[in-house]
Ligand binder design. Structure first.
Ligand SMILES: Cc1cc2nc3c(=O)[nH]c(=O)nc-3n(C[C@H](O)[C@H](O)[C@H](O)COP(=O)(O)O)c2cc1C
Length: 215
């Protein structure tokens, strides 16, 4: 396949950034950019990520340094609770779960992604025909913000990986950072300076996954 020419070099830059985004799990607690730059990058995603009917249901919390470590301490103690209750074998926890959680803790920060489903009540009433669609759309919008932040952080030299420890950590997270009860946690994006590159990635053939008509 010969590389197509794009009119705007920014298009190539966007597509290259999308390709460069990977899951990176070996991270250290250093940042290639200022905290203000991280903050603005995340705020940009909060403002400019689209949402169905412009409902703006995404909610984001940025945790840096010690606050990020608190999150993973919460996850570690939640998992310890499952071990104590006999739901997770101690051996699995010590040899697999805890090292994995500590690897997240070794990062520089975590972006917490929430959805405020309760804020959709009026629009569900107004557009009753779409009522069942608003929650999935809100999650899709949230995923778009996750993807934008993940890609932009890696473009700035971070490594990042996406985690899902909800609902295990929800209560403690809401309490620790005094968050509104209507903010429902969806995902956690861990980031830091990479200490190793991403692993190999296999691609299913494009011809099984894409069609074009009318070219
Ligand atoms: C919706 C979604 C959920 C994911 N959940 C997790 C997760 O809970 N834990 C994890 O380690 N990776 C998670 N991932 C990362 C995927 O495993 C990863 O993106 C995929 O294997 C492709 O690798 P890449 O990110 O390096 O391109 C998730 C990715 C997506 C898009």
């Amino acid at each position: 396949m010969t590389a197509a020419e794009f009119k705007n070099p920014a298009t190539t830059a966007i597509l290259e950034a999308a390709k460069a985004r990977r899951s990176i799990y070996t991270l250290k607690a250093e940042s290639p950019i200022a905290d203000e730059a991280i903050e603005q990058l995340v705020q940009h995603a909060v403002l400019h990520t689209p949402s169905s009917f412009n409902t703006q249901t995404g909610r984001i919390v940025l945790l840096l340094k010690e606050e990020h470590q608190k999150l993973w301490d919460i996850a570690i103690s939640a998992l310890e609770g499952l071990v104590a209750a006999g739901h997770v074998p101690k051996e699995t926890f010590e040899t697999q779960t805890k090292p994995k959680l500590n690897a997240f803790r070794n990062g520089y920060g975590t972006v917490l992604f929430f959805v405020d489903y309760e804020s959709l009540a009026p629009i569900k009433e107004k557009f009753a025909i779409y009522a069942d669609n608003f929650n999935p759309w809100a999650l899709e919008s949230n995923a778009m913000a996750q993807y934008l932040i993940w890609t932009a952080l890696e473009s700035e030299g971070f490594g990042a990986n996406l985690q899902h420890y909800s609902p295990l950590i929800d209560e403690q997270v809401a309490k620790q950072w005094n968050l509104p009860a209507s903010w429902k946690l969806d995902a956690q994006l861990v980031f830091g300076t990479p200490t190793a590159p991403a692993g190999e990635k296999a691609f299913s053939p494009l011809e099984n996954r894409f069609k074009v008509f009318g070219k």
